[in-house]
Design a protein around this ligand. Sequence first.
Ligand code: NAD
Ligand code: K
Ligand code: MN
Length: 357
Amino acid sequence: MRQHKIAVIPGDGIGIEVIEAGKQVLQALAEKSGELSFEFSDFPWSSDYYLEHGRYIPEGGLDELARFDAIYFGSVGSQQVPDHVSLWDLRLAICQGFDQYANVRPARLLPGVNSRLQGAEKIDWVIIRENSEGEYSGNGGRVHRGLPEEIGTEVSIFSRKGVERIHRFAFEMARSRPRKKLTLVTKSNAQRHGMVLWDEVFFEVAKDYPEVETDRELVDAVTTRMVLKPDTLDTVVATNLHADIISDLAAALTGSLGIAPTANLNPERTFPSMFEPIHGSAFDIAGQGIANPVGAFWTAVMMLEHLGEATAAERLMAAIERLTRSGIHSQDLGGTATTRELTQAICEDIRQQSDQA
Ligand code: NAD
Ligand code: K
Ligand code: MN
């Protein structure tokens, strides 16, 4: 029996609903397999926890998390706490504490899902988001607070080491995919220091990957290319901020923010990696039981792949695709199915898959 210890942090809003759904699906996979089991440990770290305790992560919390094989995360963000507090004190504290510098965001139109974009069926992208530096390095400040002279700075810091490791990761990803194509996205015309470093290091690293075809695009231009020529992109590497934005666009072009998964990876595996749907707490639909759990399910596929459970990952992805192809959708995709109905349908599919599947 292969056992995986999973730290579960549902967080806030629909994060709680979709992660509960994801756990049920993982449990169904374990039962189906008979050789695989999950030991889930729930952590109540959320905005409610913060309002009660004054912090998102208790003393020694990261050390406790470090013992797990992976972290399954929902969302953090509440109307009672400023977003910059919740983001930095929980999600970014984990990403940075565990050096999860590679954020991987696949985008692909699932069968049976409608996109507003013509030609969206050609989308098959992996966006690699640098996850530790740049605009999110945490440097900057405010002086002359409250005065007309007040200044706020957001200092974006890139190190050669940080840039090189994300480019290497992106080249490895591009090489592992059929098209072996990597697009560098920066804004080096306007951001003439850090972004120029990105460009330079990219073409240095490219020399080690002659089999990977490369090109480059400015971040504003790449948004038009994503819409007008989606089939010309495959693997994309971009900074923390730029990739955050273009990956939400990618999710919308492939149907809904509710579908898209992501992995925050510590590629060296010194620390656990963290897996989450890309969406947030969705205040407008939280508590209604109608959130789309597919993003959390696809996230579970990425977590299974990371844990070396290729068969279970394939089984789950096949079940997700059969579900979307059948036309049973949640409201964000124009359907009426609830989170629970979609979860039950996936669990049922897994139970009924033939053992050869
Ligand atoms: P959001 O992703 O929560 O919601 C944006 C829109 O997409 C909403 O209309 C929502 O209903 C819809 N949506 C998102 N996920 C859905 C799903 N699974 N099913 C159906 N519809 C879905 O983004 P937001 O409104 O910008 O942020 C709300 C809160 O979430 C904020 O506090 C924000 O900071 C936080 N947030 C957290 C994360 C994270 O934890 N990684 C990511 C994004 C936003
Ligand atoms: K999330
Ligand atoms: Mn985002």
